[in-house]
Ligand binder design. Sequence first.
Ligand SMILES: Nc1nc2c(ncn2[C@@H]2O[C@H](COP(=O)(O)OP(=O)(O)OP(=O)(O)O)[C@@H](O)[C@H]2O)c(=O)[nH]1
Ligand SMILES: [Mg+2]
Length: 293
Amino acid sequence: MEYQWFPGHMTKTLRELRENMKLIDLVIEISDARLPLSGRNPELDGLANGKARIILLGKKDLATEDVTEEWIRYFEAREIWPYACDLRNRSSLSGLLPLILKACSAKIERDRRRGIANRPIRAMVCGIPNVGKSTFINSFSGSSSLKTGNKPGVTKGRQWIRMNSRVELLDTPGLLWPKFEDQDIGKKIALIGSIPDENTDREELAGFLIGLMRELQSPGLSDRYGIGADCPVPEAFEIIGRKRGALKRGGEVDYEKTAACLIDDFRSGKLGRISLERPAPEGSPGTPERREP
Ligand SMILES: Nc1nc2c(ncn2[C@@H]2O[C@H](COP(=O)(O)OP(=O)(O)OP(=O)(O)O)[C@@H](O)[C@H]2O)c(=O)[nH]1
Ligand SMILES: [Mg+2]
């Protein structure tokens, strides 16, 4: 099965982001702290060229803490201001306004020189689907006007939210790109819930998750299900299915339901905090180019 999701509304979103860019002072990109680099839309660097930029590593409550620290250092070295947070939690965002003012200091200074007082900073909030863009705007602005939901594609159109006299935020629909060259990246993007489950093969995805957790030496499968590192995948499915009561009428394990349970466990943090990638050591092959802001 090919992992892909680029419905018609994303072509429209891409066009609208491009059109809106001239109104924007700051791009606030949200990336999932569990997949900070592979889960970024490669189109965005071109689109946001020349703008002040912040990257929020959201859902940090679900990612491994020390790996998130490594990502913060990674992005700091690339002059895109990083900030890790739980987007649902206002107090987790308390350091963000000073960072926004710092990232936009050139604009603030330009306005001051031209005698323009109090023109708000206009920030576009973007990222792939389901990373928490609308949740972030709601918590940061202290309102609940934007619709959120734990599935991709909740936000369908753009909407400006005035946070206060200093900042206005533009919510945008989640944007992916036409083809994942590396299908493992497609699977990881599906695991964090940025591709609709109907567009995935859940059994394959759950098998992939088991393999990945072993590679990452995550203790989640052993802690929650008592599954050892060398337990074959079909046996792991049997154990999980029985523990979760994911059974068919005759009492056999239902693999499809079991897969859905395991993926839910991952998404809700029941397998522990799991970062799906960590930065490659600087200078090693495969380290992406340093990106200027
Ligand atoms: N654990 C955790 N969940 C979060 C966090 N931020 C958002 N969520 C949840 O993630 C889900 C998606 O949130 P949304 O705000 O709708 O995401 P979005 O990026 O606007 O999604 P689209 O509009 O579909 O592109 C919701 O169930 C949120 O409660 C976070 O920091 N931690
Ligand atoms: Mg949204």
